[in-house]
Design a protein around this ligand. Structure first.
Ligand SMILES: [Fe+2]
Length: 302
């Protein structure tokens, strides 16, 4: 098996030279050599998003491949779905619109309300003290209409800032929580236990990639404030930065095909899903590679 990677958007070479690559020659069900894994990891460092076509993975195969890239993240505390409502096996994150019986959620189902938060720009698990490294998403049943996933390059967004703004944000630390992203959608009907599980964590606003040394903006709609700032002034700055970081030149929109498999680096990107026809099943299954370090010292109470 010979794996190669081409940039998806060669037309964007001027503005963002290395964002989103398409991988050729890989069948992720097959045993992968150390060299294969190294090629994929180098591709992730360079492109931050990798697209694999025609990957007919079972859940077990997806988990086995994910483990080649690192430890699985513990999914606890990331959703409001109860254990006995869960559709998929442990280790799989369900980002479909389906209940346990495979039926699309009712309009007013609070799990649907909660999942609507995925339409906001975010970095997966930025609300965890140790945020996620990679997310891996397998398209088992694609939406009949809409449902693209858009990715924004947080390295390019950082590079495009002027010196004055870089100096302002260099050492800032933000508070991230699912309470903030869901609250900004107007979804606030959470139990005491859910609120306790979504306690805010601290993350640096500027982070440095451990391999490439490139700096990037660690933005997410999970941000509610900046430590030491007044909330309105913090939200004003964060809103401004998210607007800057998601301008079209920094964005790759993935149009899903059946059996696509996409990996992204949450340390270097944000993403969001777009609207789709929710009366039809959209079965997307994620696995997550855990991060290995916190970006900031956590608040005393965390
Ligand atoms: Fe996500």
């Amino acid at each position: 098996m010979k794996i190669s990677i081409q940039p998806i958007r060669p037309d964007f070479a001027g503005e963002v030279p290395d964002f989103a690559g398409e991988v050729h020659g890989a069948d992720l069900r097959m045993p992968l050599s150390k060299e294969h894994v190294a090629t994929i990891e180098q591709g992730m460092d360079r492109y931050a998003v990798l697209v694999f076509r025609d990957q007919y993975l079972s859940d077990d195969e997806q988990i086995a491949f994910t483990r080649k890239l690192g430890a699985l993240e513990n999914a606890q505390g990331g959703n409001i779905t109860k254990d006995d409502e869960y559709r998929l096996k442990q280790g799989m994150i369900d980002v479909s619109n389906l209940d346990k019986n495979g039926n699309p959620f009712d309009r007013s189902d609070r799990r649907r309300m909660f999942n609507l938060g995925n339409r906001l720009w975010h970095s997966d698990s930025s609300y965890r003290a140790i945020p996620a490294k990679y997310s891996l998403l397998s398209a088992r049943t694609v939406a009949t209409r809409g449902g693209n996933t858009e990715f924004a390059d947080m390295r390019a967004a950082y590079d495009a800032l002027d010196d004055e703004m870089r100096a302002v944000i260099e050492d800032l630390v933000c508070e991230h929580s699912l309470l903030y992203s869901r609250g900004s959608m107007g979804f606030t009907e959470l139990s005491q236990a859910e609120r306790a599980a979504f306690k805010p964590v601290y993350q640096r606003l500027v982070r440095t990639h451990p391999v490439t040394g490139r700096k990037s903006l660690f933005l997410s709609s999970h941000i509610g404030t900046i430590v030491g700032w007044l909330v309105p002034e913090a939200r004003d700055l964060i809103r401004d930065l998210i607007e800057h970081a998601t301008q079209r030149d920094f964005v790759y929109a993935h149009v899903w095909r059946q059996s696509d498999f996409v990996i992204w680096d949450n340390r270097q990107t944000m993403h969001r899903v777009r609207r789709f026809d929710e009366s039809q099943p959209r079965d997307m299954r994620r696995t997550t590679v855990a991060g290995d370090t916190a970006t900031a010292v956590q608040p005393q109470s965390a």
